[in-house]
Structures are given as structure tokens and as C-alpha cells.
Design a protein around this ligand. Structure first.
Ligand code: AMP
Ligand code: ZN
Length: 494
């Protein structure tokens, strides 16, 4: 089977075909770096990350470009308000975004920045003017003439019959029903940053930025363009209008949009008090792997309702998978193999692939791996597993984790980073007791823990109970849970 994906352009699930053989060029609208990223942003970025991971697992080479919107209305306004340059204002949030993305298991795309493409953007406008698609207004701004692009609205399926010829809008984000000539280039306003270019002083509009950066990095036509569902109109509609009217070619073949996330059943908003950045959740003591797991558990086109109960459940799920992996790796099984276990592993791999091929049905892929874990665990309990079954089961876990990325990385060093950040930024009061505990236990590496367990066991065999109790107390104080099973001692971080 091959990947089938929903394409917002055709409003259908289609077979995914790349323009070039076995090579994908994809672009995602990245963060606007004027604040810390919230879990809605990461819902979208993780969905795109999983898509590119799955494409690579499916044998494609993937060129994945993400922009950093380090220039838009909000940034210009905030930088002017704070009396700092645009770069000074955004540097801190760009750094925070990259740290957060790494923390949540997002593989780093090729990054492009709006502020590094200003001259190319001015040149793009000049070429649109030459084709009479753009025009200059008296103040030195430039607008896109919507009437020159009759297919305007083809992505959002909006009917712009009542559109006002020549009416203009100069803000980056605007009313969902307006079809107005939109600003490509904005003339300087007093106190705001601007650049000197061949088309005059000013700065690019947000929509223009993505057209220029994506085509420069990936070519005039590429395979897939991604973002959250709010970007369909006007952002992506405007990108298409600008790009296709200049090149006469299809801009992006597939349009991949991620449904907005709700928090506790409501739209996330600061006024409702249900607005969470990734760091807020880590400060509360939640692990990045649990957050990632929860954000991947609902297919990207379905509405994900983020709840704290769900987050606790996600932590249990990750722990179960990690525990199973540890159990497989640690135990010694009798030689040989059981055909049922070999079949189970292969069927799980096939089921995960079929689920992800089906428009990235992440929920079904997770269900498949859990069924494998359940069956294999009961096989271990009843001595129905042999030494040569371990490798194929581990391969199935590995295939799962190539896309989901929740098993391997240890959470505690990442949580320690957030802890250190909170201390250095004066957010100490936001550090929960849970996070403190994790950070303390994280000070023991896996090797330290295993050494202490070995010492504890050696002391016990030597009937030196004082020494063995002391080791156990050290481990418990560091938040390590120790369990004696028939296969030996197992441990995990609380
Ligand atoms: P921004 O930083 O506002 O430009 O947004 C970055 C990305 O996050 C865009 O693709 C948005 O569509 C997406 N996004 C913003 N809010 C949410 C949300 N609540 N759920 C899912 N995606 C979101
Ligand atoms: Zn964009």
C-alpha cells in the first residue's frame, strides 16, 4: 500500500505521489517568534514532524523546510514598543522554540528566516508589479490585485462573489470573509523597523514571506505545504495567489492542515486560563514524552481535546511501552523461537504501516503496538517466548518509535533544562514539587542507578542489610522505583 493523504486543495483523501521519484520537498509555516510556543502550535508541528518521519520510513528522501516568522505585524509592534531591534526581540523566542522543539522530539527541519530574505521579497514584488499583478499606493506600500487571479479562493473554497474591487487590507491577519487586495509590502510607519530596497523602504507582508522562502528553498513547484487549519485563509490562499500568478505553475501539490486543538473542551485562550505553553506543562512536572504521546494520539484531522487526565494516561502508556522494552532487553529467555511471536511482530509492523498509510491514522498505529505489548507480555508471563523472539519484537517497537519518538530519550535532562531556565528567568514560583523531584532523581544517570542496584544486591547476598538498605534509601530518595520480578530487578524513574 502507499500513503494516502487528505489534500485540502481537492477536499479528498488522495494517493500521495511525489513530483520527483522518491524525493519529497515539503514546507511548513513555522512559528511566529514573539512569544513561547503553546501546545496548539506543537500539536501542528508534531503532526508535520510525524509526516516527514513516516515518509522517510517509507523510503523517501525528504527535504523539509520550516520558516521562522521573525517579522510580522505583532513582532514589529512589540519591538517598537520595547525600543529594541526586531532581531533582538525575536532571538530569545527563536532560541526557546528550537529548545522546545528538540525537547518534544521534533527533528530539526532546514530553517529559513524572513529577515534573511528581505531583498528577494522586494524583488518578488517588483516582478509582480512588472506583470501588473501588484500595484503601488501613494504611501509606498504595494498590494496584490486580487482581480488578477480569478482562482482566488480555490483552497478555502470561499465564494468571493461579493468582492470589492480595489478595496484593500493592510494587516497580516484579517477578517475571514474579506477578499481584498492584500499588502505585499508595507511602507514604513513612524518608529517601526524598515529596510531600504529597490522598491523603496518598507517591510514584507507575512504572506509574501512564505511564498518567497518556500520557492527559494524548494523550487517553484514542490510536493507539500503544511500548517494549522487557521492558515488556509487568508495565509495559504494568498501564498498561492502570489506564487502561481508569478510562475504560472502549481505552487504546492498537497496542502496538509492540522485541526485546532482544544483544551479541556474549549478553545485555548489566555482569558479562560486554559492556555499552556510547553514549558508551563513541564514546570508542572509533566514529561515531554507524555505530552508528545498525547499530542500524537488523535489523528491530525480530528479534534484533539487536551486534558490533564489524558496527559496522565499518556504518561502511563509511554511507561508501559518503555517497561516492555526494558523487560525484553533485561530478561534471559530459553534458546529458540516461537513462530507466533515472529508472526505477531511482523503483523504489528504491517498494521502500523497500514494505519499510517491511511491518512496518518496515529490512533490505530498506537492500538497495534499496544496489542503486541499485551500479547507479548502474557507470552512472557506464561514462558511462551524464546530468545530469538526478542529481536523482532524490538524491531516493531523501533519502527513505532521512528515515527512516534517517545521511547528512547530520557525525559529528565530535558526537564532539568526547563528547571534551569525557570530559575534563571525568575519563574521559580512556577516550579512544581513534581518537577523538583524529577530534577533531583535526574541527577543520577542510568549507569549510576544500575551501579547502586548492583551494590544493593551484592550487599544483600553478603547479608549486609545495613548497606543494602542504605543503597535502597538513596535510590528511593532520588525518585527511583525498584521492583523485584522473576526476571530480576527492574527500575524506573517516578
Ligand atoms: P503561529 O506561531 O501563531 O504562527 O502558529 C504556528 C503554527 O501553529 C501554525 O501552523 C498555526 O496554524 C498552529 N496553531 C496555532 N494554534 C493552534 C491550535 N490551537 N491547534 C493547532 N495548531 C495551532
Ligand atoms: Zn506561512
Amino acid at each position: 500500500m502507499a500513503l494516502r493523504l487528505y489534500n485540502t486543495m481537492s477536499s479528498q483523501v488522495e494517493e500521495f505521489q511525489s513530483i520527483r521519484d522518491k524525493e519529497i520537498r515539503m514546507y511548513a509555516c513555522g512559528p511566529t517568534v514573539y512569544d513561547y510556543g503553546h501546545i496548539g502550535n506543537f500539536r501542528t508541528f508534531i503532526a508535520v514532524d510525524m509526516l516527514q518521519r513516516f515518509l522517510r520510513q517509507s523510503g523517501y528522501t525528504v527535504q523539509y523546510v520550516m520558516n521562522i516568522t521573525d517579522l510580522d505585524d505583532k513582532i514589529i509592534h512589540n519591538a517598537a514598543r520595547d525600543g529594541v531591534s526586531v532581531q533582538q526581540y525575536t532571538a530569545k523566542y527563536e532560541k526557546a522554540f528550537l529548545e522546545d522543539a528538540a525537547m518534544i522530539g521534533i527533528e530539526r527541519p532546514k530553517l529559513v528566516r524572513a529577515t534573511e530574505h528581505i531583498l528577494a521579497m522586494a524583488d518578488f514584488v517588483a516582478r509582480l508589479v512588472a506583470k501588473k499583478i501588484a500595484y503601488r499606493t501613494d504611501d509606498g506600500s504595494y498590494y496584490f490585485r486580487i482581480a488578477s487571479f480569478p482562482r482566488y479562493g480555490k483552497l478555502s473554497k470561499k465564494d468571493f462573489g461579493g468582492m470589492l474591487n480595489g478595496a484593500r487590507v493592510d494587516v497580516d491577519e484579517y477578517d475571514k470573509d474579506s477578499a481584498r487586495d492584500f499588502a505585499l509590502w508595507k511602507a514604513p510607519k513612524p518608529g517601526e523597523a524598515f529596510w531600504e530596497t529597490a522598491i523603496g523602504p518598507g517591510r514584507p507582508g507575512w504572506h509574501l514571506e512564505c511564498s518567497v522562502m518556500s520557492m527559494q528553498a524548494l523550487g517553484e513547484s514542490f510536493d507539500l505545504h503544511a500548517g494549522g487549519e487557521d492558515l488556509v485563509f487568508p495565509h495559504h490562499e494568498n501564498e498561492i495567489a502570489q506564487s502561481e500568478s508569478l510562475t504560472g505553475k502549481t505552487f504546492a501539490r498537497f496542502w496538509f492542515h492540522v485541526r485546532f486543538l482544544l483544551v479541556e473542551g474549549e478553545k485555548m485562550s489566555k482569558s479562560l486560563g486554559n492556555f499552556y505553553t510547553l514549558r508551563d506543562l513541564v514546570l508542572k512536572g509533566h514529561k515531554p514524552s507524555s505530552i508528545r504521546y498525547l499530542l500524537t494520539s488523535v489523528p491530525y484531522r480530528n479534534q484533539l481535546n487536551f486534558t490533564f487526565d489524558g496527559l496522565k494516561q499518556a504518561a502511563v502508556s509511554v511507561e508501559r511501552l518503555r517497561g516492555f522494552r526494558q523487560r525484553l532487553a533485561a530478561a534471559s529467555f530459553p534458546p529458540g523461537s516461537q513462530p507466533e511471536m515472529q508472526t505477531l511482530a511482523q503483523e504489528t509492523i504491517d498494521r502500523m504501516r497500514a494505519a499510517l498509510d491511511d491518512d496518518l491514522n496515529t490512533a490505530q498505529a498506537q492500538a497495534a503496538i499496544f496489542e503486541m505489548v499485551r500479547s507479548a507480555n502474557s507470552a512472557i508471563d506464561s514462558d511462551q517466548i524464546k530468545k530469538d523472539d526478542v529481536a523482532p519484537l524490538l524491531v516493531a517497537l523501533e519502527k513505532f518509535d521512528e515515527v512516534f519518538a517517545v521511547l528512547k530519550d530520557d525525559d529528565s535532562p530535558k526537564m532539568k533544562q526547563v528547571f534551569d531556565w525557570a530559575q534563571s528567568e525568575g519563574h521559580e514560583k512556577d516550579i512544581s514539587g513534581e518537577l523538583r523531584e524529577v530534577v533531583q532523581s535526574g541527577q543520577l544517570s542510568d549507569g549510576d542507578i544500575e551501579r547502586k542496584i548492583a551494590e544493593m544486591q551484592a550487599a544483600r547476598s553478603a547479608r549486609d542489610f545495613k548497606a543494602s538498605d542504605a543503597r535502597r534509601a538513596e535510590l528511593t530518595a532520588a525518585g527511583i522505583l525498584i521492583e523485584n520480578t522473576k526476571e530480576g530487578v527492574r527500575w524506573r524513574r517516578k
